[in-house]
Design a protein around this ligand. Structure first.
Ligand code: ADP
Ligand code: MG
Length: 487
């Protein structure tokens, strides 16, 4: 039987505020256990939450960037459950009045050249829980709790069950991460847990209406794991149905070593959590003015930027995609372009040479020692004919280890293109005289011989000969192909 795959993703994103969502404790990744905590993070009696207003601002920013409607009247609720990493015995979250609804993302992936819109159901704010630390030492029979993460502000972004393959889910996550990084609400780093994803997966025979039982997969530590886990789970469910087995809604864990999804518990329902309105926090009324003020500060978003690069600069789609994949890369490109005035050449330099090194060294482009002004100038020098593309590569190498401008390197090393007819002609005469076999071949109609001579001239001039001029002069000396030149 042919099945259709149904996927909905729940993505938790930590907001990069200075302090936590309901207290003044520092919001920082890492650090010794229990050093970024306040009395509220460990739920000492008598402590009360106060909403950090930057959390609301960043959450609204994310919601607007994702095209959501911001709810005018929103409130917090208690989600009750017991676990040692949650000292209050409940998590402050939002239940029936999330601060943002609808919206969605346009995604593309391999095999889907047209954009697909994946709608969101909702986004809500909540606090993160602490972390349990278990020892690997078998003689230690207890665990530790680190509350540094407790109270870290989160937004949970819930998609509609509208994805139909693991590739699509992967593309959705990538797009989501790109947008949230653009608007600078989070660095969305899965390894550090600032972006976490649960995947809901079900399948149904093609043509069937309505959804079947879903499995929720947790413990996904990378985008790759999300894809692998979905693919594994789809096969598991197909196998169940093929053997006429039913299964109940449950939560599974992805085991990245065994490459398997493993049942963890049957899925709890929302009524199990005894949600009720949080009495210690006031409800929020968000004004249109507040929303508009935030909307005005949004940068040009990646999709609009990409379209503009294609339209305005005539760049190929692939170039536009790479250059707009990070806000910092786009800024670097635009600054270089201001100086170079040549979009395609600048694009090539940024995406091949600059990003080549940035990616290899695993740094961000703003940490790269060669700034956009020097790259822009380098491209301008190529365009004005002062240096060849080949020489530009050696200048680039030099710039990596110095702070000199490309002009200065050209000057000091004497790298200017040789465009002096006389000087070049002398070299050409010498080269031709030293290569009688090539001249002979040329006269016998072998046009490949020209390449050998050009190559030798370039070598003689250390790549500095103006290639066009060199070609012309050599041809003038050799005469027409296949004819012995009369002297
Ligand atoms: P819960 O809190 O119970 O996980 P949520 O509403 O937060 O429920 O999230 C449900 C997620 O599961 C959403 O992303 C939704 O799109 C997805 N989903 C719902 N039904 C199905 C289904 N049959 N198959 C796959 N995904 C589903
Ligand atoms: Mg959920």
């Amino acid at each position: 039987m042919e099945y259709e795959v149904i996927i909905g993703l729940e993505v938790h994103v930590q907001l990069n505020t200075n302090s936590k969502i309901f207290s003044t404790a520092t919001n920082e990744f890492g650090g010794s256990p229990n050093t970024h905590i306040s009395t509220l993070c460990v739920a000492l009696p008598g402590t009360l939450p106060v909403l950090n207003e930057v959390v609301l601002e960043k959450a609204v920013r994310a919601g607007l960037a994702l095209g959501c409607d911001i709810t005018q009247f929103t409130k917090f609720d208690r989600k009750n459950y017991f676990y040692p990493d949650l000292p209050k015995g409940y998590q402050i979250s939002q239940f029936d009045k999330p601060y943002a609804t609808k919206g969605g993302l346009h995604v593309k992936w391999k095999g889907q050249p047209e954009e697909k819109f994946i709608p969101l159901t909702r986004i809500h704010m909540e606090e993160d829980a602490g972390k349990l630390i278990h020892s690997h030492d078998p003689s230690i029979h207890h665990s530790y709790v680190d509350y540094n993460r407790a109270g870290t502000p989160l937004i949970e972004i819930v998609s509609e069950p509208d994805m139909r393959s693991s590739e699509e889910a992967y593309a959705y996550l990538n797009e989501l991460k790109t947008i949230l990084r653009y608007v600078q609400v989070s660095d969305c780093n899965m390894e550090e847990g600032s972006l976490r994803c649960d995947a809901n997966v079900s399948i149904r025979p093609i043509g069937e209406k309505g959804f079947r039982t879903r499995v929720e997969i947790k413990n996904l530590n990378s985008f790759k794991a999300v894809k692998q886990a979905i693919d594994y789970e789809v096969e598991w469910q197909k196998d169940q149905y093929s053997r006429n087995q039913t299964f109940v809604q449950m939560t599974k864990l992805w085991d990245a070593t065994l490459l398997k999804t493993i049942p963890m518990r049957t899925k709890e329902m929302s009524h199990d959590y005894r949600y009720f309105p949080e009495p210690d926090l006031p409800a929020l009324e968000i004004s249109d003015q507040y929303i508009d003020d935030i909307r005005k500060t949004l940068p040009e978003l990646p999709r609009a930027k990409k379209e503009r690069y294609i339209r305005e600069f005539g760049l190929p789609e692939y170039d536009a995609e790479v250059l707009t994949s990070e806000r910092e890369i786009a800024e670097y490109f635009e600054k270089s372009l201001e100086i170079s005035k040549d979009a395609k050449k600048t694009s090539n330099w940024v995406k091949d040479e600059v990003l080549g090194i940035v990616n290899k060294e695993n740094i961000s482009i703003s940490e790269f020692s060669v700034g956009p002004d020097r790259i822009g100038k380098l491209v301008a020098l190529i365009n004005s004919g002062e240096i060849t593309g080949k020489i530009a590569k050696t200048i680039f190498e030099d710039m990596l280890t110095s702070t000199d401008s490309p002009e200065k390197i050209v000057e000091v090393k004497g790298l200017k293109v040789v465009r002096d007819d006389k000087a070049l002609e002398e070299i050409i005469v010498r080269v031709i005289a030293s290569q009688p076999e090539s001249v002979e071949a040329w006269n016998n109609g072998k046009d490949r011989a020209l390449g050998a001579i050009v190559g030798a001239v370039m070598k003689e001039t250390k790549g500095k000969a103006d290639p066009k001029l060199a070609n012309e002069l050599i041809l003038a000396k050799l005469g027409p192909l296949g004819e012995k030149k009369k002297v």
